[in-house]
Design a protein around this ligand. Sequence first.
Ligand SMILES: Cc1cc2nc3c(=O)[nH]c(=O)nc-3n(C[C@H](O)[C@H](O)[C@H](O)COP(=O)(O)OP(=O)(O)OC[C@H]3O[C@@H](n4cnc5c(N)ncnc54)[C@H](O)[C@@H]3O)c2cc1C
Length: 434
Amino acid sequence: MSDYRSWGYTPPKKQKAIRLNWKDTRLDSDENCWLPYGNGRSYGDSCLNSQGRLIDCRSLNKFISFDKNKGILRCEAGVKFNEILDTIIPLGWFLPVTPGTKYVTMGGAVANDVHGKNHHQDGTIGRHILSFELVRSDGTRLLCSPTTNQDLFRATIGGLGLTGLITWVEIKLIPVKSSFLDVETVPFKGLREFLVLSNDSNARYQYSVAWLDCVADGKNFMRGLFMRGNHHSSQSPETTHKKKNNHLSVPINFPKWSINRRSIAAFNSFYYYANKRKAGKTAVQHYDSFFYPLDSIDHWNRIYGGQGFYQYQFVVPLEKLNIMEEILHKIVSSGLGSFLAVLKEFGNHESPGMLSFPRPGICLALDFSNRGAFTLDVLQELDQLVIAAGGAVYPAKDLRMSTQAFKSFFPQAKEFTRFIDPNFSSDFWKRVYG
Ligand SMILES: Cc1cc2nc3c(=O)[nH]c(=O)nc-3n(C[C@H](O)[C@H](O)[C@H](O)COP(=O)(O)OP(=O)(O)OC[C@H]3O[C@@H](n4cnc5c(N)ncnc54)[C@H](O)[C@@H]3O)c2cc1C
């Protein structure tokens, strides 16, 4: 038994686990309910398996090959993105897609078909995966690619770890000239202004994302900051723009009373005005602070206290903007508040994964402190609005969606079940499809 958790920090159920290494990826105990565990950066229970056994993949941590002329990397599934970036950037390459933390494993990233700030141009990570090996519980080892075992390739990308164990992954990287990006910040108010900015930026900027104030109402309702950027085009701005090394840590869980509407509103106001000052200027920013601002604070999830928090991330089609506005009104009037509300327009690149979450539309991610039944009731009401809009909620962030909601968000789940390994499951899957 060990303390395996997910990032939302909700009270953990004890998890049994085994650790693997490269030479021994046979699943040879009499266990009949396995689930791979990457680095636990999923917020909910899709990486947990309290009724079975986790396969801790972090010791699958070797680089296998790297073609530095073509930018093709093959590594074991437990290698983390921070380790990859440290190796490839000095050689002029970058990850084609990265989520908002670099402490994810390659296997975990594939199993959630993660997206990043460049979804409008480059789609999800699955579009950049050339091949991987999948080990099934009967001992079969399968090479999967867009042309070999295609169905299992599609089912495993975004397949929530349910189709078997990925042991290694081959991925095509993108070329870069330095560790820096040129970034511009533009303030906006309201979803329509956000969409005008997004439209104007989609072709010219590889990366874009917005921060939204989900507490302010009245004249400040839906104020936000739109950030857009491209990789810096010259060889080495390192000499003039140094990476800031101010690493912080949250040593203990914050007390319950410290997170309330007032403290969240104060933080949001401070954040808005501090960053609004940057508007109109293009800043040269290190990739760490642009892609991974939260990684500079270790254990930031402790801010929400021992009771944990829920992240709610959903996407609705652009033509359902009225429902998106209704959702935002509901969030603001509920008083739940969120420090970290991130808004992004997804592009129309089809995700290769059968069960992938991203689809064209407008996507919002928020963190809500766990206030028990009240929080759950609000989230359930939000689910109903997302269902009405024909949208979806992201399983990687979820701890509570119902079977009815899941089936509405992922009607393709029935087809997907054909590819599940009969000896694999998760707490998430038992809840939504059990
Ligand atoms: C601060 C922060 C920001 C984030 N930003 C984003 C974002 O911008 N976009 C986004 O898409 N996500 C984002 N996420 C979510 C995160 O990227 C995903 O949950 C990711 O999949 C976590 O990877 P992990 O290695 O920690 O895997 P885990 O969370 O441990 O597992 C994730 C899933 O992968 C499966 N899995 C793990 N390893 C393997 C393997 N070897 N073989 C088969 N299945 C496997 C697990 O069973 C599980 O279903 C963010 C998370 C955090 C904490």
